[in-house]
Design a protein around this ligand. Structure first.
Ligand SMILES: CC(C)[C@H](C(=O)O)[C@@H](O)C(=O)O
Ligand code: SF4
Length: 467
């Protein structure tokens, strides 16, 4: 087992007891909830006559079902309206802060907690959502949980968990222009596999991550789960502290210095021992695009869809399934693949810097004829900040639609859906079959700048020609 890592330190500090099962009873510092995975948990609580133990440690938002065009209540979709009402009611009953639509604080759960300064180094954070790994960017141990565990956290602020092993995933070097954090994580998942991280926490280390902004680090940690790692993290440093200082829920005055000292102390020791380690070079990473039906089926923009023979034996069945579903042929270039829809948003890439990079590509150019391109800010705050900077005007002038904040076509639990077998270029994190709202819809994952480039060209294109 690893020793002296941030993961070990934070885990040990939050251990309440060792259960007879051998599992750890772990204290959860921050519990984030949304409308999809909480209603049943609240219902289970009610059945047992239990209350929420620490309502002040729970924060709620609504994101998945939010319409990004017409937000008038009741929502057009009665199921969405029902989920919304259930969450509003539960928050009211239990005294939980709810970042509701129009509050100025609403947005995707993994966007709002960091931007409000709720996510801090050394915390344990849980949410009924797999992409909770995002918060690890701050040096928190953050992971997704199921509905019955949401119930457990509501009732006890603790969880019964088995400790993970720690793999150090090192990337060194400077990213070339046109290569982004998204490409780094798609590259890592491609190399280590979508199941490669099962049983592990990924510690992302090395000069490439050290040079990244917090938003870039969030993009990386967000997709740790797509590589099978339940959580991913980056040791807190000056970049982390600078991001946090002055945010609503960040420590203030004398508490700040004390907090920084503590945050520094929980970073992995120089001589920490890991269960495993891998090293990659930033120079080897190209703008990366998925061609298949798992986030691990990615290739560099200059590569061809891999031939079956070039793949490991255990990757072949899903590759064959992917050729059929995606209607893409092995040995053909991914560049030039025609797209129908271009989606910029999600908890992976719906933050300010993502919109800025996409806007740089869109500026002074036009979305190709017949392409539906739209931008969905990750939160109301992101939307407001982007508008203050005039980004919406750049997008609108280029022919993109500019929407309200939410998960939108990342998962299409709202009205934003692909039709038939449309292909989308998407800045989100999952390209599973049917993921974007049509059972035959197809998804190509890439960075937001690459999505903008695809919108302009009407096909998958190398953003490096446009930067
Ligand atoms: C709805 C929710 C449970 C789900 C998740 O856990 O990740 C969703 O956010 C997703 O991205 O598929
Ligand atoms: S944006 Fe997508 S990945 Fe993120 S929480 Fe929403 S549905 Fe899940």
């Amino acid at each position: 087992m690893s020793k002296g890592t941030l993961f070990d330190k934070v885990w040990d500090l939050h251990t309440v007891s060792t259960l007879p099962s051998g599992q750890t009873q772990l204290f959860i510092g921050l519990h984030l909830i949304h409308e999809v995975t909480s209603p049943q948990a609240f219902a289970m609580l009610k059945e047992r006559g239990l209350s929420v133990l620490f309502p002040e440690r729970t924060v709620a938002t609504v994101d998945h079902i939010v319409p990004t065009e017409n937000q008038a209540r009741p929502f057009g979709d009665s199921l969405a309206e029902e989920m919304m009402q259930a969450l509003e009611q539960s928050c009211q009953t239990h005294g939980i802060r709810f970042c509701n639509i129009g509050s100025g604080d609403q947005g995707i759960v993994h966007v709002i907690a960091p931007e409000q300064g709720l996510t801090q180094p050394g915390m344990t954070i849980a949410c009924g959502d797999s992409h909770t790994s995002t918060h690890g960017a701050f040096g928190a141990i953050a992971f997704g949980i199921g509905t019955s565990q949401v119930r457990d956290v509501l009732a006890s602020q603790t969880l019964a968990l088995a400790k993970l092993k720690v793999r150090k995933v090192e990337v060194n070097g400077t990213l070339p222009p046109g290569v982004y954090a998204k490409d780094v994580i798609l590259h890592i998942i491609r190399k280590l596999g979508v199941k490669g991280g099962v049983g592990y926490a990924y510690e992302f280390a090395g000069s490439t991550f050290a040079a990244m902004t917090m938003e870039e680090r969030m993009t990386v940690c967000n997709m740790a789960i797509e590589g099978g790692a339940r959580c991913g993290y980056i040791n807190p440093d000056q970049t982390t502290f600078d991001y946090l200082q002055g945010r609503d829920f960040a420590p203030k005055a004398a508490d700040w210095d004390q907090a920084v000292a503590w945050w520094q102390s929980i970073a992995s020791n120089a001589d920490a021992e890991y269960d495993d380690g891998v090293v990659f070079a930033a120079a080897d990473i190209e703008p990366t695009v998925t061609w298949g039906i798992t986030p691990g089926q990615g290739i560099g923009i200059s590569e061809v869809v891999p031939a079956l023979e070039s793949l490991a034996e255990d990757e072949r069945p899903v590759a064959e399934e992917a050729y059929r579903y995606m209607a893409l042929d092995p040995n053909t270039p991914i560049q030039g693949t025609k797209v129908d829809v271009c989606f910029i948003g999600s908890c992976t890439n719906g933050r300010m810097s993502d919109l800025r990079e996409a806007a740089k590509i869109a500026q002074g150019r036009q979305v190709a004829a017949g392409i539906k391109a739209f931008v969905v800010p990750g939160s109301e705050r992101v939307k407001k900040a982007a508008e203050a900077e005039g980004l919406h005007e750049i997008f609108l002038a280029a022919g993109f639609e500019w929407r309200e904040a939410g998960c939108s076509m990342c998962l299409a639990m709202n009205p934003d859906k692909l039709q038939g077998n449309q292909i989308s270029a998407s800045s989100s994190n999952r390209n599973f079959k049917g993921r974007q709202g049509s059972s035959s819809g197809r998804t190509l994952l890439m960075s937001p700048a690459m999505v903008a480039a695809a919108a302009i060209a009407g096909a998958v294109t190398d953003v490096r020609q446009l930067v």
